[in-house]
Each structure stands twice: as C-alpha cells, then as structure tokens.
Design a binder for this molecule. Structure first.
Ligand code: NAP
Length: 340
C-alpha cells in the first residue's frame, strides 16, 4: 500500500541525495524509479541495496506514478513536469521554473506547509532556491517574534549548488593549479579554485543577478510579502554547504537571548553559538546534515531593531532534496493518505 515514486534527475547531485534521503527516512515507497536523460538511461544506480536501472525521461510513462521528485534542470522540468502532472503524478520540482507561478505553491514545510493545500490546481509543488530555503527556516521564528521589515544578506555558496559539474570544476582547477597546469573554465565565469565569484545566474537589467532576485521574491512568497530582501550572492570554493551572513531589521525590539531561544525552539534549526574558537558551524561541518545551523547571533547597533547572524546548511539536503522529501511526507500524511 505504499507509493510509486519517480526521481527525475536521479543521476545528478540533487537526485542522488533524494535517493539517499528516501532510504534514510524510510519513505513509504513500494517502488522507486530512477529517471534521467537518454545519456544515462540503462545505467544502474544503488537504492537501499537494490540496483535501479535508469529510465529515459523522454520515453517514461508517468501513469501510475504517485509522486515525481524532479531535478533535471528548468527547461526539462518546464517540458515534462506538466506531462507528469496530467498523468496524475504530483510533481515536487526543484528547478526555478515554476516557483513564482501564482497557481503553484512554493513550500518550505517548517514555514508554510499549509500552502501545499493548493497543489491540486496544477499537481505541481515547487521547492525554493537553496539559499532561500535555509534562510527562511532561520527567519521564520524571528519574524514571529518581532516582525522582520528588511533583510540584507551576503551568501557564500558552494560549488555543489551548480550540480555535480560545479564540484568537479573546483576539484579539477585545484588539481591543475597544484600541478602547474592551465585551468579550464566550464561552469563558472571565472576561476573558482582559490577565488570567490560575486556572480550566480544571469545579470538582470537593474544590476542584480537572478540568484539575488530569487532570494527576494521567493522569501516574499514563502514567508511574508512585506519583507524586503537585498542579497549579494557569491560562489566560494567549497564543495557542499551554503553560508549566509544575514542582517535583519525588525519592527519591534528584539534581544539576542530572545532570538536565540526562539531559534532553539524552532523546527529544523540548530543553534551553535558560543563566542569562542569552534563555537560556530562552517559548511564543511554541515555537509551531510539536515538542520539549518545558526551561529554568531548578535545585535546590530547600526539600525533601530537589528540582528546579525550566520546561517549554514547542506544545500543538497535542506536546500533541495531534503526539503522536497519533507514536502512529499507532508503531502502523503495530509492529502494523499494512501499508506494510512
Ligand atoms: N545543487 C543544488 O544545491 C540545487 C539546489 C536547489 C535546486 N537545484 C536545482 O536542481 C536542478 C538539478 O541540479 P543538480 O545540482 O542535481 O544538477 P546536476 O548534478 O547537473 O544533475 C542534473 C540531472 O538532470 C538530468 N538531466 C539533464 N538533462 C536532462 C534531460 N533532458 N532529461 C532528463 N534528465 C536530464 C541529469 O541526467 P544525466 O545524468 O542523464 O545527464 C542529471 O540527473 C537544477 O535545476 C538546479 O537549479 C539544485
């Protein structure tokens, strides 16, 4: 009486993480199907001790599939998610394609699980951008406490945010530099090894990048349309784990202790905040972990009611695959009820 689940983009960085999270959390699936492009069709991929043969998305029939966890890239989701949805499969999509569609809920379960109720409009639920997902988990308890007016954030985003090819590029460039060989650029616009790049996704007319725009509009859609967000998104030479330096301005007074207590009580958040060496969390430490870690909480004396803090999470997990599986868990518990 379990579900048939298709993981679309199963050979990619997010897709592989989806498979491990489905297994770890013992998702009630009768069958898990790995789907990717014709390039990897026929290859095998491990899932819970079984070998799954990768299916070609272009030939795959979604009839009888209950849930599709999609991460094959925006253009591919744009083409295939509506087809899967029309065949009766509820699609949970990780790409940016459907996020701002007013008929499609954009969900982080700790923040707006109630929005899932809108899924029957299109049979598609969108997963947010990786940095937005971890930021709103940390902002939600603080917003409940003192109402956030404005957020200024600088991101330190790992190469894993650009998929497997991004991580490979960091590794290859680092090796080339050690071996005194020329570096090759494929995925990133400048050298990423031993460097940082203040540019993620394309430039928009107003000078911000699309990644920065996504953080602003997605936060409004998930948490509160009144919150203003100004972001600078930066790629850093880290394999997994996005860090965010967040500066939030509130309507009401907020003190550090109350903020720390609210964050400690919040679902999905772990506070590690000792004002000493090692008293904070870094990307290398959060890789493979589920929580959104919050450290370095301190008052910002330059605004009336301000707080600064550091947020870090595994972008492949809370920023993508874990959030998608949590949506699927909420969906089956509250709406599909097949396994009940
Ligand atoms: N990485 C992150 O932290 C993160 C976070 C949030 C959202 N996302 C989004 O999730 C998506 C995937 O990201 P990723 O990091 O997993 O990328 P990735 O490592 O490059 O993996 C891409 C996956 O998509 C598949 N794919 C590509 N073209 C396809 C096609 N025409 N038909 C079927 N499958 C196709 C690939 O299959 P083949 O192996 O057959 O090519 C592979 O499984 C992107 O839209 C990204 O923006 C990523």
């Amino acid at each position: 009486m379990g579900y048939r689940v298709a993981v679309v983009g199963a050979t990619g960085a997010v897709g592989r993480e989806m498979l491990s999270i489905l297994e770890e959390r013992q998702f009630p699936a009768d069958e898990v199907i790995a789907v990717a492009s014709s390039r990897s069709a026929g290859q095998t991929i491990m899932f819970g001790g079984d070998e799954l043969t990768v299916q070609d998305l272009a030939k795959f029939d979604f009839k009888g599939v209950d849930i599709g966890l999609f991460s094959p890239g925006g253009a591919v989701s744009a083409q295939y998610a509506p087809k899967a949805a029309a065949a009766g499969c509820v699609v949970i999509d990780n790409t940016s394609h459907f996020r701002m569609d007013p008929d499609i809920p954009l969900v982080v379960p700790e923040v707006n699980a109630h929005a899932i109720a809108q899924y029957p409009k299109r049979n598609i639920i969108a997963n947010p951008n990786c940095s937005t997902a971890e930021m709103v988990v940390a902002l939600k308890p603080l917003h409940d406490l003192a109402r956030i007016k404005r957020v200024s954030v600088a991101t330190y985003q790992s190469t894993g945010g650009a998929g497997q090819a991004g991580m490979d590029e960091l590794f290859e460039q680092t090796r080339a530099i050690y071996n005194n060989q020329p570096i090759e650029r494929k995925k990133f616009t400048k050298q990423i090894a031993f460097n940082v790049i203040p540019h993620i996704d394309k430039f928009m007319d107003d000078g911000q990048t699309k990644e920065e725009w996504k953080m602003a509009v997605e936060t409004k859609k998930i948490l509160d349309p009144k919150i203003e967000v100004f972001a600078t998104c930066v790629r850093v030479p880290v394999l997994i784990g996005h860090g965010l330096a967040v500066h939030a301005e509130f309507e009401r007074p907020i003190d550090e202790d109350a903020a720390r207590a609210a964050l400690r009580a919040a679902s999905g958040v772990a506070v590690v905040d000792h004002r000493a060496d090692e008293g904070y969390v870094t990307p290398a430490e959060c890789a493979g972990e589920d929580p959104v870690y919050v450290s370095r909480i301190r008052r910002d004396p330059t605004v009336k009611h301000g707080l600064g803090f550091w947020v870090v999470a595994d972008n492949l997990r809370k920023g993508a695959a874990l959030n998608a599986v949590q949506i699927a868990e909420t969906l089956i518990k509250a709406y599909l009820r097949k396994a009940a």
